[in-house]
Design a protein. Sequence first.
Length: 162
Amino acid sequence: MSRADQKRLEDIADGFMDSIPVFFKRVIRGATQPSARSFDPSRMVLKMVQMHGPLPMSMIGGHMGVSKPYMTALVDELIDEGLVERVPDPGDRRVVNVRITEDGKAEIKDFTKSAREAVIKNLSSLDAEDISALHEMVQNIRNIISKLEQEEARKRGAKKDV
């Protein structure tokens, strides 16, 4: 990696850490929250399971970069709220998957609707050029995330072959 690329990556990292939380807070402001804990890490677990279906706790924890004990605590909280349940993995009885419940789906749906409305309201004052630029940035971020996920899956597959 060139020195220039290294510097760009450092700028990206700083920009994410400095800008994303402020931008997210500004854009999502005003969303009604079905739960006071809508931005809690346990909600990240809920969203992952909603998007990808039942997943092993170890896979969710690895993706989020959290320890097994912390992952267990997050899942326990969601179970206590009736938002997920533990289910055996049909392919490996040693594995326990986390599956979203109907109440969990409803919470994600309600929050997503509220957040979408807040984002539209809070960004509606932007001019067409800014909206277009922001739309393109979001598409680029999605594409980059997809590439990163594919690379991660490729690396996991290579480790299994060893």
